[in-house]
Design a protein around this ligand. Structure first.
Ligand SMILES: Nc1nc2c(ncn2[C@@H]2O[C@H](COP(=O)(O)OP(=O)(O)OP(=O)(O)O)[C@@H](O)[C@H]2O)c(=O)[nH]1
Ligand SMILES: [Mg+2]
Length: 273
């Protein structure tokens, strides 16, 4: 349901503070655009059971008036005592053969549009703030070149990264084989790292093989088999429809987080007989 013309609808959440992510669901709040910011904070605070002092957009920017918002924004609200968590940053590289859709996937994720034409990349960097499991984080994404002419840059693209997205195209078997050199380089560059940066294997152009199964050259089983060899998660995507795209990046963030904050060891029980 849309908000009335002179109103805006927001989804308000308690900010993730040092005490950890809020388990609370987002609350819907409809306010008149002429309502004062102080009044908005009061009402948001009532919804969230806190004394609201500061309000942030989803990208982490603090706001001081409703003019800085848009209808349907998710707003994060903090009380005076809450300290926003230090924002986590993830450095990720998108790698794979030419034309598999690395740029299309990246732009679908960052800007939510589909790039119809193939304009071979040399190297492009993007930044996006996302909410992964109720915690905001900043992704620094390097979209790389698949053309062989740029082989010499691969080590540079892969150095000092927190994780990799290895992309192939489901309608072109050779592109799956072309992932192997990236995996070999990963082993070489990260051999002294413990743990090693995680990988997500992305099977792209799912829409093409769904529409015309005769174009399928790499089955799901085969893709999963290679992902397992790389100790990686496997996700099927379509940059054209958006299917699986957000999930691919979010799964990689979750994998990196698991390595950064390994779960506490389970208590060992001992039985006295
Ligand atoms: N149907 C369909 N086409 C796609 C998809 N992803 C990419 N393409 C198309 O495939 C072509 C190549 O996509 P790019 O994203 O430029 O490929 P790339 O991997 O970045 O290529 P390089 O930059 O040369 O390494 C473009 O025409 C895209 O529109 C997809 O999921 N479905
Ligand atoms: Mg590209």
């Amino acid at each position: 349901m849309d908000a009335p013309a002179d109103s805006k609808r927001f989804f308000v959440r308690r900010i993730n503070d040092e005490a950890g992510p809020s388990q609370q669901q987002a609350q819907v709040l409809v306010v008149r655009t002429r309502e004062s910011f102080a009044n908005f904070k009061k009402r948001a605070g009532e919804k969230l059971n806190i004394k609201a002092e500061r309000v942030f957009l989803q990208n982490g920017a603090e706001i001081h008036s409703l003019a800085e918002t848009q209808n349907n924004d998710v707003l994060y609200v903090a009380s005076a005592g809450m300290q926003p968590r230090q924002q986590e940053t993830f450095h990720l590289s998108v790698l794979g053969a030419g034309g598999v859709g690395k740029s299309a996937l990246t732009l679908r994720f960052v800007r939510d549009y589909f790039v119809q034409y193939w304009d071979p990349t040399i190297e492009d960097a993007y930044r996006k703030t996302v909410d992964v499991d109720d915690v905001l984080c900043m992704l620094e994404i390097l979209d790389t070149a698949g053309q062989d002419d740029f082989d010499c840059l691969r080590a540079q693209w892969m150095a000092d990264k927190d994780g990799y997205i290895l992309v192939y195209s489901m309608d072109e078997e050779s592109t799956l084989k072309e992932l192997q050199p990236f995996f070999d380089l990963h082993l070489q560059l990260n051999e002294n790292k413990n743990p090693m940066p995680p990988i997500v294997v992305v099977a792209n152009k799912y829409d093409i093989v769904k529409q015309d199964p005769s174009k399928l050259q790499v089955s799901t089983d085969r893709g999963k088999e290679i992902a397992a060899l790389y100790n990686a998660q496997y996700i099927e995507t379509s940059a054209r429809t958006g299917q699986g795209v957000d999930e691919a990046f979010k799964v990689l963030v979750r994998e990196v987080r698991k390595l950064r904050d390994p779960p506490a060891p389970k208590p060992k029980w001992c039985f006295l007989l």
